[in-house]
Ligand binder design. Structure first.
Ligand SMILES: NC(=O)C1=CN([C@@H]2O[C@H](COP(=O)(O)OP(=O)(O)OC[C@H]3O[C@@H](n4cnc5c(N)ncnc54)[C@H](O)[C@@H]3O)[C@@H](O)[C@H]2O)C=CC1
Ligand SMILES: O=C(O)C1=N[C@H](C(=O)O)C[C@H](O)C1
Length: 266
């Protein structure tokens, strides 16, 4: 069976790469896209894609669903709109595969409940790159032995959310195996606000934004006389595409929400 895919955010950095990936995949069909501009046109009219990219562009998901009936919605939009899109997709019986970051814990809980109640699969993956998933899992394992941890995430300067979804997911995985505790000197005082980064149960998260970067993270685990550094780099957005393809295929057989690619890769 061919999987009918729609992409939200198709004109963006990730969206464009995802459009090419789905177009090349013989088990999938790109039936429509959701974005802000060029509504009523097709992808080939945008001058961003080659002729023959005929998927129509919509701005409204209900309308998109009515006209093109996708099985899966891949969301690569913005922290501002992703919660609404995901909730709406579930209500329309479309399985969401979400790469967009910036969910609150409450939003994740609510979407998990909706997905379970409806029995409709959903994947929310803060990072689709297999190397990044391994970096997070290795950090989780190492945290049992070296529980004093700082996370440094580094991204391009157009990123809207901080800390990154990957850094939050990493902290979330580590927090499940590491008792919360204050790190550094108990009387430590910031003489300049923000110097020690964000505080996640005592772990510190630092966000770097610079032109030239794509997506990079290192997890520093310190112990007496030693430092373990676990680092992952995405040098281009091609690094995320195999994770998107795997998620689109997998979500078709899921009956509830899965948060993180670590639950679906072997
Ligand atoms: N999970 C993962 O592996 C990855 C996730 N991301 C995340 O994906 C998201 C997109 O990243 P980029 O492509 O760099 O952003 P971008 O800014 O280049 O692209 C976003 C696109 O979404 C569209 N858009 C925004 N709001 C919309 C709405 N309400 N309806 C329809 N279209 C809308 C914009 O017009 C634009 O075309 C970000 O949240 C980023 O953190 C990025 C890389 C990897
Ligand atoms: O905005 C990005 O670029 C990325 N966002 C995701 C995140 O917030 O972790 C994934 C990846 O790091 C790239």
């Amino acid at each position: 069976m061919t999987i009918r895919v729609a992409i939200a955010g198709a004109r963006g950095r990730m969206g464009q790469e995802a459009v090419h990936t789905i177009m090349k995949n013989t088990e999938m069909e790109l039936v429509a896209v959701l974005d802000y501009k060029d509504i009523g046109k097709t992808l080939e009219d945008t001058n961003l894609f080659p002729p023959s990219y005929g998927a129509p562009i919509f701005t409204d998901l209900t309308e998109l669903h009515k006209k093109t009936s996708p099985d899966v919605l891949v969301d690569l939009t913005s922290p501002e709109s992703v919660y609404k899109h995901t909730k709406e997709a579930l209500a329309l019986n479309i399985r969401p595969v979400v790469g967009t970051t910036g969910f609150t814990d409450e939003e994740l809980e609510e979407l998990t409940a909706i997905s379970k109640e409806s029995g409709l699969g959903c994947i929310i993956a803060p990072n689709f790159a297999v190397g990044a998933v391994l970096m997070m899992k290795f950090a989780e394992q190492a945290a049992k032995y070296l529980p004093d941890i700082e996370i440094i995430e580094m991204h391009h300067d157009q990123k809207l959310d901080a800390p990154s979804g990957t850094a939050l997911k990493t902290a979330n995985l580590i927090a499940a195996v590491r008792p919360a505790h204050v790190q550094g000197h108990p009387k430590e005082k910031e003489t300049f606000p923000g110097a020690r980064g964000a505080d996640y149960e005592g772990m510190r998260i630092h966000s770097v934004r610079l032109p030239g970067l794509v997506a990079h993270q290192q997890v520093l685990l310190g112990g007496e006389g030693q430092l373990l550094t676990i680092r992952h780099d995405s040098f281009n957005r091609g690094s995320f595409m195999s994770g998107i393809v795997l998620s689109v295929k997998t979500v078709m057989n899921l009956k509830e929400l899965v948060y993180g690619l670590e639950h679906i890769i072997d």
